[in-house]
Design a binder for this molecule. Sequence first.
Ligand code: C2E
Ligand code: CA
Ligand code: CA
Length: 887
Amino acid sequence: MFTPKSTERSRRRVDARTTIWVAYLIGALALTVAYFLATPATAKLVFWPIIGWSSFAAMIVGIRMHKPEGRGAWYLLAAGLAMLIIGDDLYSVRNFVLHARNLFPSYVDVVYLTMYPLLIVGLSMLVRRRSIQRDRASVVDAAIITCGVGLLAWVILIVPYLRTDMSMMERATSIAYPLADVALLAIVARLAVGSGRRPVAFWLLAASLVSLLAADAIYGYRNLADTWHEHDPIDIGWILFYAGWAAAALHPSMRELSVRAIGSARITRRRLMFVGSAALISPAVLFVQQLLGPVVDGAAIAIVSAALFILVLGRMSGLARKAADERNETRFRALVNNASDAIVVVDDIGTIRYQTPSAERVFGRTSEQLVGHSLGTMLTADDERQLHMLLEREGVTTTIEWRILGVDGEQRDMEIAAADMRSDSDVRGLVLTMRDITERKLLDGELRRQALHDTLTGLPNRSLFHDRVAHALRRASRENLEVAVLFLDLDDFKMVNDSLGHAAGDEVLVAVAARLVSALKAHDTVARFGGDEFAVLLESSNATEASELVAKRIQGALLAPFDVAGEHIPVHVSIGISIGLPGAATPSDLLRDADLAMYVAKRDGKARFEHYAPEMHEHAIRRLEVASELRGAIDNDELVLFYQPIVVTDTGRYLGVEALVRWNHPKRGLVPPLDFIPIAESTGLIIPLGRWVLDQACQQMRIWRRDGLVGEDFYVSVNLSARHLRDPNVVEDVAHALDVAGLPANALLIEVTESALVEDLDPTGAVFTRLKGLGVRLAIDDFGTGYSSLARLSTFPLDVVKIDKSFVDRLTLSADGEATVRAVVALAHTLGMVAVAEGVEEAEQADALAELGCTMSQGFLFARPVPAEALTASLIGGGANLVRSAR
Ligand code: C2E
Ligand code: CA
Ligand code: CA
C-alpha cells in the first residue's frame, strides 16, 4: 500500500540513516583527534582498537540496515577489515605490552596477509554483480593500471627488499605485502574503470582502498629507509581506510553498488588520461633511473613495457571495434528514438526496464513514471491478464491489441508486436513494439457506424437491421422467444417531397424517426431502409400480440401532424408484420414477408397494419408472373380494346365511346383491366400500354369516321394513368396518336382519375394545359372517390366530370344521395363542365339523372363494353338510338 502515511514513514527512515552516517563520521573524527593527541601507548592500545572496532561495528550495522543484494561480498569485506584490526591489535599488544619488538615475521603477519584474499574476493564479487556482461575494456584498462603501478611497487618496494641481507623468510614476508597490495590494486582499478553507478558509497569505498594502498606503500618505503616509527602521521592513511570502509557500508547509497549496469563504461577524457598516465609509468621509471645512475631494473621495465604495449594494442583494437559498433548503435538508436512506434522492454514480472523516448508520448507519462514501474498497472484488467499470460509462456512472438490507461484517465488503443527476448543476453526481456492506433480505431468505428447507419436519421440501416434480425432469431431459438418484424412505409410521402421540396421531406423523415424511437422500448430496433421505409424488430414471448400493440402505438405516435416548413403535415403509415418462429425463418424471409404484408395494407386502403399470410406470397408471385407476361402481351398483340358507348341520358343516343382495355391472355382468356392495370402501373409498363391504347383508339375512330358511321362530334374517351401523365413524353404520345390517325384533337377525350390530380399537383397541371393546347378535351374520372374538394377542380382546365358509380348507386336509395349528385351536377355546370353519370344500370337511375339535368350517361343499362366489331355492327344498325326508345 502506498499511502501518504507510509511515504512519510519511509522518508523519515532515510533521514534516520543519514543521521547515523553523519554521527559515525563525527565520532571517527573525534577518535582520530584523540588518537593523535594521546601518548603512543595509549593511542595504540586504546584509541586505535576503538577506531578499528567501531568501524567494523559500523560496517556490520550498515550491512544489516541496508540489506544490499549480494550481502556475502560485504561480509567478506567486513571480515577483511576485521583481519587488519586484529593484526593491528596483536601487534600493539606485542609492541607496547610485551615489548617484544623485533619479532618478524610472525603470526601477526599471517593475520595481516589473510586480509588480502578476503578483500580481493569480496571486491571481485561486487565487480561481478555490477556488470551484467563481460567488460573486456575495463579488464584491459585495469591491467594497464596494475602493470604501471605494479612496476613502481617492484622498483621501489620489492627489489630493494630482495637486495637486503634479511633471511629468506623475512624477505618473503616483506615482499608479500607489496605483492598483495598490487593484487588488491588490480581489483580496485577494475572497480574504478568498470561501468555501473557511482554513488557516494562507491567513492568512499574507492577512496578508502586508495588510502590503504598509499599508507601501505609509504610504510613499506619508510620501513626500508628505516625512517618509520610508531604513532606516525601516516597512520591517518589506515584511519581513512577504516573510516572510509565503514562510512561506505553505512551510507544509504551502498545498496546501489550492487545494481547491474547495462553496457560497458564510456570512454571519458578523464579515463583516457588516467589509463594513459599509468602506461607512461614504465618509460618514466626508465628515465628516472637513467638520470640517477645506471638503470638497475632494465629487465623488469622491458617486460612491463612489452606487457603494456600488448595491452594497449588489445585495447585499441577493442576501441576500433567498439567505434564501429557504436556507429551502428547510434544509427539504430536514432532510428528507434525517432520512430513513431514506441518500444518497451519488460522483465519477467512485467516491470518496464527500458523504453524508447517515443514511449513517453504514447503512454502520456515521463520516463521516471515508466522505468521501474509495472506495465500491468497501465493496462485494463483484461490486457494485464494477457500480459502475464505472455510472460508465462516462453519464446512467444505475437501481435495483440491493448488499451493503455493514461494518467488522466484517457485510454489509447495500441497495436503491439510482442517478442520474447528474455533468453537474449543483450535484451533480457519481453520486447513490446507499440503503435498508437487510437485514431485509426476511431476512424474504423466511424466508418463502421456510417456503413451500418442511415446518415439522415442516424438509425441503423438495412444491413445492420438484417444482422440484428439474424441475431434475434438465434437468441430466440435458445430462449424460446418469438421475433416480429414490422415493415413501415409512409403513405403518399411523395406528395410531401413534391409539394414542399426534399429539404422539408428530410425534416419530416427525421421527425418521424424520432417519434418511432420514442414509441418503442430501448431494446427494440428501429431502422430506416431509405426513402420513406422504416422497419422495427421486436423480441417477445408473444410476438403476434406485441407487434399489434406496437403497430398501434406507432400509428398513435404519428397521429399529430408534423410542423415543417410552416405547414401541418399529416403522416400516415402502412405497416406489414411478419412473425419469425424460432428456427423456422431467416432474416430475409421475415423482411420479405413483412414487406408483402405492408404492400397489402397499402392496397387495402393505407394507414393500416396487416399480418403476413401465406396467400400474400402466392398473390405476389402471381403479380410477378403477370408482370413478366404483360411485357410480352403488348408486342404479341394480346391486348384488345372494348368500347362502351356514352349516351344521351333520356334518348340513349350515342355521343361517344370509352375505350377500355382487356388482355386476351392465351391461357387465362379475357383478363379484366383491374387484374393487370395496377401491375402495369407499378412496373412502368403502363406507359407503353397507354401509348398502345391511344394509337388503337384513334385508329378505330378514324375507321368509323371514314366509313361514315359516326358524326364529326362523336368522340373516343381514353383512360390515361397518373404515371403516364408524369412521363415527359405524354403530350407527344397523344399528339402522335392523333397525327397518325389524321384525327382532329376534339375527337379525343382523355380521362384522368381524381387521385391523379391529388397526387401530382404541379406537374400534371402543366401537362393538362399542354394537352388542352393540342385541342384535346379532359375529363375527371371516378369523381367523388378521391376526396378532392369541388373548388380544387376549378383550378384544372377540365371539360367533363364523370360521376362515380357509387354516387349513381345511392341516387335512388336516399334523398341524401340525390342531393349529392344534384350538387355535383350543378357545380359542373357552374364551372362550365359537362357531367357524365357512370355505371347506370337501372332505368330509375336514368330517369333521376335526366331530372337532375345530367344529360349524359354510361352504363350497362345502355350498353356494355364490347369489341370494336360489335360496336361497328350496332353503329351500322343505328340500333343505338333505339335503346331508350325501345323501352
Ligand atoms: P373506369 O375508367 O371507371 O371505366 C369504367 C368501368 O366501369 C369499366 O370497367 C366498365 O366496364 C365499368 N362499367 C361501365 N358501366 C357499368 C355498369 O353499368 N355497371 C358496372 N358494374 N360497371 C360498369 P372495366 O372495363 O373493367 O375497367 C375498369 C377500370 O380499368 C376503368 O375504370 C379504368 O380505370 C381502368 N382501365 C380500363 N381500361 C383502361 C386503359 O386503357 N387505360 C387505363 N389507364 N386504365 C384503364
Ligand atoms: Ca374511365
Ligand atoms: Ca370511372
